[in-house]
Design a protein around this ligand. Structure first.
Ligand SMILES: [Zn+2]
Length: 291
């Protein structure tokens, strides 16, 4: 079974990305994120059934499809309430917004994919008042606009996608980031935490938060430096993207193009705002140039 106990009241289901379980009392549980699809939702319900646990609420850290995919089926079958931060709630209730924002316009038919557009669910705004005793939330913006994490009474921190575990960072250097400035601020916040165990959604759990933060930080700085190198002469967005795909061994398809474009736009915004790059329009082409 994929169920793992991490503390007295804290469990995870080790799926493609982790699902958190917090024991509210002997029989009731809160679920943190619901994985990629209906099938993960079913698996969560089966595992909870086998433990005689009743799902009392779902807490979504953010609106990415691989964190909310099981929402719909659990809510349909068990009528549970789902909570998420305000902006993330809007995206979870209107999942087509994720493909609109990734594409940057009216998405074409090839972007109407369950990995990009999960089924909608009804969501309430997350607040301290709705959380069971022993569970706290904290803001982790950057990877997505309004992502949150959760701390359990076992002193275990669920960090969502704010950092990737060491194994993941080594395999996939280019992590999805929406807002680099906020991402750096969130890394500083995570570095300052004092916890027993840290649980990223992707990759191995860790104890040494300072080490993992440094890995994630250095990785991001390397990408900034690489973009500076690409734009040393001057480069269009498509040239930057092509270089990134080739250097980081990525394979371009409709979905990767959308997600990596969104991330690279996040980097370019950060670098333009911090005077690392400038933009030049020449003969109706936009060029990015390193300063
Ligand atoms: Zn995510």
């Amino acid at each position: 079974m994929k169920l793992k106990k991490l503390g007295d009241k804290t469990y995870i289901i080790d799926s493609h990305n982790k699902v958190g379980i917090y024991l509210i009392n002997k029989t009731d549980v809160a679920i943190i994120d619901t994985g990629l699809s209906d099938s993960v939702g079913k698996e969560i319900m089966e595992i909870c059934n086998s433990q005689n646990w009743q799902i009392k609420m779902i807490l979504n850290t953010h609106s990415h499809p691989d964190h909310i995919g099981g929402n719909h089926i659990i809510q349909e079958q068990l009528k549970v309430k789902i909570y998420a931060p305000k902006t993330e709630k809007i995206f979870i209730e209107n999942p087509e917004l994720t493909s609109i924002i990734s594409y940057g316009g009216n998405p074409h038919k090839y972007l109407n994919n369950p990995y990009l557009v999960p089924k909608a669910s009804v969501v309430n705004e997350l607040s301290k008042a709705i959380l069971p005793e022993g569970l706290e939330y904290f803001n982790l913006p950057g990877h997505n606009s309004e992502m949150v994490g959760f701390k359990t009474s076992d002193d275990i921190y669920f960090l969502a996608d704010a950092v990737a575990g060491e194994d993941i960072i080594k395999k996939h250097e280019l992590q999805f980031i929406y807002d680099i400035q906020k991402y750096f601020e969130t890394l500083d916040f995570i570095k300052s935490l004092d916890g027993k165990l840290f649980v990223p959604s992707h990759g191995e759990n860790f104890i040494d938060n300072k080490f993992i933060v440094k890995l994630n930080y250095d990785n991001t700085i390397n990408i900034i430096n690489y973009i500076k190198k690409i734009c040393f002469k001057k480069a269009t967005f498509e040239t930057i993207l092509k270089n990134i795909f080739e250097t980081y061994n990525l394979k371009m398809d409709f979905i990767q193009y959308s997600f990596i474009s969104l991330t690279i736009k996040g980097y370019l915004t950060y670098m333009l705002n911090n005077d690392m790059l400038k933009v030049q329009f020449t003969e109706n082409e936009q060029f990015w140039i390193t300063l």
